[in-house]
Ligand binder design. Structure first.
Ligand code: ZN
Length: 157
């Protein structure tokens, strides 16, 4: 019997060098609730930092219902944001410029960019937002990776 770690929906499990969180299936992301400092109770937005112990970024998983627009714009003090759209269709407005987004659209916004977005479709708009300090990346990808060529042992499928 293999000793695999599984997290139930909305559960975190931790190992020595990892945290595992299960955000649930995409259609259930609209059920997440949070207390937002400006908007009050907000559904469909869920921050992951505390579930996963991030130390350099914040990530949220989001589902905006059909026809709904975020009711305000915002900027950031020092963090850039990356919006990764994984389902549905919508529009972002960045410094009053409108761009269409859909599954596969990935948008990076500098801290000073005034941003808002809406779902102008009949299906949920599902997306992930990564927030990270602008200019904090010192090395990346292959510069940061340390290859290990030890044999890998998987249990049989
Ligand atoms: Zn933001």
């Amino acid at each position: 019997m293999s000793d695999t770690k599984i997290a139930a929906a909305n559960e975190t499990k931790r190992g020595t060098n990892y945290s595992l969180y299960n955000g649930g299936s995409l259609q259930d992301w609209s059920q997440h609730k949070m207390e937002h400092p400006v908007r009050g109770k907000v559904r469909g937005k869920h921050f992951l930092k505390d579930h996963l112990d991030f130390t350099g970024c914040e990530i949220s998983i989001n589902s905006l219902p059909a026809g709904v627009a975020v009711p305000f714009s915002h900027q950031h003090k020092e963090n850039e944001e990356v919006y990764i759209f994984i389902q549905g269709q919508g529009q972002m407005q960045i410094d009053h410029e409108i761009i269409d987004v859909s599954e596969g659209s990935i948008v990076r916004i500098a801290p000073n960019g005034l941003r808002t977005w809406r779902n102008n479709s009949a299906e949920p708009l599902v997306y992930i937002v990564i927030q990270v300090r602008e200019n904090s990346l010192r090395q990346h990808t292959f510069e940061d990776g340390i290859p290990n060529m030890d044999p890998i042992d998987w249990p049989a499928i």
